[in-house]
Ligand binder design. Structure first.
Ligand SMILES: [Zn+2]
Length: 193
């Protein structure tokens, strides 16, 4: 992971922390979140992922992966619900964090102060290239930030932008993946002049 080291987070027992995994669409954010959650699960730590309830693309209760262990996943309406539901959990994952309310950073701080490891994944920029929802604040308060990249579909450079292929001004637009494509800065700017 590009020199990223999590080791220092775990040297002194149950110390809470906040990790952020951010990037564009198709950058593997959720995959990286699940990798970290499953590694914790293997070490007998209790894990659960929370998603904003509006993300209707994922209606399943569990995120199922290729092996036997599914990660419990709960949709919540408000960030405050995560605090209420996290009492017995060692590692709290939060996916699609960009769609949560502005209270999420404070909730993450409270969870970390309770000794919980919090791993947040989300889009850092919206389709216009503007910092998305609570993600900038989450990056600021995080102990570690990992930015993952997609590959630009037009030139093959690393991509950080999620270009929307259909005209729809709605910010929360949960289209199918065919409606977005990852672009690098140069190609993104070429589409937005
Ligand atoms: Zn490009």
């Amino acid at each position: 992971m590009n020199g990223f080291s999590e080791n220092h987070l775990f040297n002194t027992g149950r110390v809470g922390s906040i990790e952020v995994i951010c990037g564009s669409m198709f950058s593997g954010k959720t995959e990286e979140l699940i990798r970290r959650m499953k590694r914790a699960q293997f070490a007998k730590q209790t894990v659960e992922i929370f998603k904003p309830a509006l993300d209707t693309r994922f209606s399943e209760e569990n995120i199922v992966s290729h092996d036997q262990n599914a990660i419990p996943c709960t949709s919540v309406e408000h960030s405050g619900n995560i605090l209420l539901l996290s009492g017995s959990i060692d590692v709290v994952g939060i996916d699609e964090a960009q769609f949560f309310d502005d209270g999420l950073p404070q909730i993450c701080n409270q969870l970390a102060e309770q000794g919980i490891r919090v791993i947040v994944a989300g889009l850092d920029m919206d389709y216009k290239g503007i910092p998305f929802g609570p993600m900038p604040s989450l990056c600021s308060i995080a102990d570690d930030v990992t930015k993952v990249h997609a590959i630009c579909v037009e030139c093959g450079r690393l991509a950080g932008y999620s270009h929307r292929l259909v005209s729809n001004e709605k910010l929360v637009f949960l289209g199918e993946k065919e409606e977005y494509q990852p672009l690098c800065r140069i190609c993104f700017n070429g589409h937005n002049i």
